[in-house]
Design a binder for this molecule. Structure first.
Ligand code: HEM
Length: 462
């Protein structure tokens, strides 16, 4: 039987389907902007209103795209597992990040994606991961030490900077923390803070998009020059492992694939882990009893920094990591586009026809708070993940901060490791708090974070 991509070989060149959705409940909201502003203001509230009014599938126009808002674990199961090979990530993300990250792992479908994912296999094995821990610990420590004497500082800004340096070292092996790392980081930030935010997608001087494109050109040239160097060397950074990976015929994967993978890897790793750590600190500052428990657990381990083998010995930290990502998943909206006609589940599980070339908006946070699957879902309560409650096991796709299926986050364990390495050192070195009535607006775009960048009071412990 032909695959949907074979039946619809030209699917990349089709425009999004906006007709043929009359049978789907909902409306397109305001002309042009649709519900972009309500979504940016409070994505959970916007989704909740849709779900209550229209059920699990409804029309949504947002971010200059029209498609369907989809919620519910049964739908996510079908989309992530994608047994019919009908949900394209490449086209789902094409208009939001395609101009900067085309060719990255998430921007590939089907057999091509499966083949490319092999390039990452050694880089994420136990032994390399062991090495990454050794690389990140001293960088985290150095940054943390510099925070001393700054009793009120913005945690988001500080951790973002620290993780840029961790990324430069671990992902591409930049040792010197001077000019080279600065230029790389600048190019990277020009893409995420300027290019991706630009309203007008023209590569013309003066526009944000142009600044982003210059960043992309710089990074691609930089990686292009670096790959042969890393191939010759004995580096233990991710790029060194990836560029030595071979295809079945014994040749290396081509640079034209490695370059976009490396750019996307940095992008996929940085904001997500920055956001996750921001929320772990936010919740443990708001719930000092949990901060105390984590500190006691860290002290009981009896060592200043974690080794790779310690990662499974911090059960409470694991619960807090999970709960922070339940309430505030780092990716606010995943997207797919259908390659061929298919069906999803509407109210009461009834089948709903979804035509080809339809954009799907998939916000994980709503599944994470559906009262059918979670007790007191809006409450910070890490114990919900521990036995005997284990609420996340009520449905395999009610908890999806890392997605699922073939595109499930390849850096999930890395993110967990980085979060634990940071938290361990921070808990041992500082006590931290927020103002008693602290209740900032929580942003979801471009990345989830407290809107005021998390002003934190810190007190040195040792
Ligand atoms: C808390 C941190 C992180 C979160 C919450 C997160 C979340 C996600 C999610 C939801 C996806 C799937 C998107 C989709 O299906 O549409 C994904 C994919 C991906 N993530 Fe992560 N991520 C995190 C950290 C990282 C890190 C540290 C790396 C790299 C070391 C990374 C690399 C990737 C890559 C390469 C993909 C694409 C996988 C594929 O298409 O096969 N992520 N991530």
């Amino acid at each position: 039987m032909a695959s949907p991509a074979e039946l619809n070989p030209d699917y990349r060149n089709h425009p999004d389907n906006r007709a043929g959705l009359d049978h789907i409940p909902g409306n397109w909201g305001l002309p042009v902007i649709g519900e972009t502003f309500p979504m940016i203001k409070d994505v959970w509230k916007m989704v909740d209103e849709h779900y209550k009014q229209f059920g699990p599938i409804s029309k949504l126009s947002a971010g200059f795209q029209k498609g369907l808002l989809v919620v519910g674990p049964d739908n996510y199961q079908k989309i992530y597992l994608d047994r019919e090979q009908v949900f394209s990530t490449e086209m789902g993300y094409d208009r939001s990040i395609g101009q900067f990250y085309k060719g990255g792992l998430l921007m590939r479908d089907g057999d091509d994606h499966r083949f490319q994912r092999r390039m990452f296999q050694t880089a994420f094995k136990n032994e390399p991961m062991r090495g990454y821990v050794g690389m990140m610990n001293p960088i985290l420590r150095q940054h943390m030490d510099a925070w001393q004497g700054k009793p009120d500082f913005l945690f988001f800004d500080a951790i973002k900077k620290a993780l840029l340096e961790v990324g430069a070292k671990v992902f591409i092996g930049i040792d010197d923390l001077g000019e080279e790392a600065d230029r790389m980081n600048r190019a990277f930030l020009d893409i995420s803070e300027e290019g991706l935010m630009g309203l007008f997608k023209w590569d013309l001087p003066g526009l944000k998009f142009h600044k982003g494109m210059n960043g992309k050109r710089y990074m691609e040239k930089y990686f292009g020059d670096l790959i042969p160097v890393r191939r010759q060397g004995d580096g233990t950074d991710m790029l060194s492992f990836m560029c030595k990976e071979k295809m079945e015929d014994g040749s290396f994967f081509p640079d034209s694939d490695l370059i976009p993978h490396t750019s996307f890897l940095l992008f996929a790793a940085h904001d997500t882990t920055t956001s996750a750590l921001c929320h772990m600190i936010f919740y443990t500052a708001k719930h000092p009893e949990w901060q105390d428990k984590l500190r006691a657990e860290a002290q009981a381990l009896g060592k200043a920094t974690l080794d790779y083998d310690d990662l499974d010995n911090l059960p409470l930290m694991e619960l807090v990591f999970k709960e922070a990502l339940r309430l505030r998943p780092s990716v606010s909206m995943m997207t797919r586009r259908t390659i061929a006609e298919t069906e999803l589940f509407g109210r009461n599980g009834e089948p709903v026809k979804i035509p080809a070339d339809t954009m799907l908006f998939i916000p994980p946070v709503y599944n994470h708070t559906m009262p059918e699957y979670w007790d007191n879902p809006m409450q910070f309560d890490p114990m919900r993940f521990a036995p005997p409650r284990e609420e996340h096991k009520r449905h395999s796709f009610s908890y999806v901060p890392f997605g699922g299926g073939a595109h499930k986050c390849i850096g999930m364990h890395f993110a967990n490791m980085l979060a634990k390495c940071f938290m361990h050192q921070f808990l041992l070195n500082y006590k931290y708090s927020v103002a008693p009535d602290y209740n900032p607006h929580m942003e979801a775009f471009p990345l989830p974070k407290p809107g005021d960048n998390l002003p934190l009071k810190i007190e040195r412990l040792q």
